[in-house]
Write a protein that binds this ligand. Sequence first.
Ligand code: OGA
Ligand code: NI
Length: 365
Amino acid sequence: MAPVPISPINVGHIDDVQELRKSGPATIPERFVRDMTERPTLDTAPPSPNTVPVIDFSRLVKGNKEEHKSEMLELTRACEEWGFFQVINHGIDLGLLKSIEKVAKDFFMLPLGEKQKHQMLPGTVQGYGQAFVFSEDQKLDWCNMLALGLEPHFIRVPQLWPTEPVKFSETVEIYSGEVRKLCQHLLEYIAMTLNLRADFFEEMFGVAVQAIRMNYYPPCARPDLVLGLSPHSDGSALTVLQQGKGSPGGLQILKDSKWVPVQPVPNAFVINIGDTLEVLTNGKYKSVEHRAVTDREKDRLSIVTFYAPSYETELGPIPELVDENNPCKYRTYNHGEYSKHYVTSKLQGKKTLEFAKVESKIATS
Ligand code: OGA
Ligand code: NI
């Protein structure tokens, strides 16, 4: 989420999906209609029992020996096989989850003109609007976003922070502080599943970069034609996603070449491994491709936190995780450069990670 200087680009006219929904509920402009191969199949079959693992955080922290051990095994399995898990009993006050949802929803419900005071400029990724649009012919997501860099403070762009609702900034600060601690704790346990020192990542990451993105998906009359959010993997180390209470499902992950829905679990966070941890673990833990689909009748809100190393960090596979059976898959690179590459590329599956592949053809200068 670094504020990177970008040469002028032409992204064409971008309709605001909430306004579209208001003025012509059944109108889907061509730019939102996906090519056949990208359209979601809206599965009406009952959810598969094979679903994203659920980790009871309280058992990790204060469970007895047995509970702790079995939860650590489940965490290892989640990171190895899924790259995604849901965390329950995470210890963050449920009132705070409610408050962040309220300020986010209240912001998205403001008149367009109000929201546009904090407009995301073409080619940038902070503010209100659609991120990752770089050309006029690129398909658009059925989503409005409000994205803000949080830590370290120099990535903040104060004029992009809403002044309404009045509690917005205060709530974001408190929420983000709590989620930051959760990320730090989760990374300690993840380090331990890899037989690394608990503080391994903390030490390596320095002052970690943190950003928040609120995604608002209005209902869509033709959910079979559009995507809420294009398939992508996250550039972070860890991502923490809160699904709005009462929101329908919509997040799907690519598992064994099939899109699997992540069923909302009340008061849980959905956690996923980002590209950074995939590189550090030499691919042992995968940054899994995911996307969001829309609902015909209901709107959906998600609040997403990205937690990543400081931009100065040099990253590459951890030597302990490279051996003759697991040859080195990724080169060593600077995380700031990776971030810049990530935010200047459109969301396209796991394409951005090619930057880090050993045989990468992408120039880094
Ligand atoms: C994201 C993301 C999914 C969702 O913001 O990176 O994957 O369900 N969001 O909103
Ligand atoms: Ni994502």
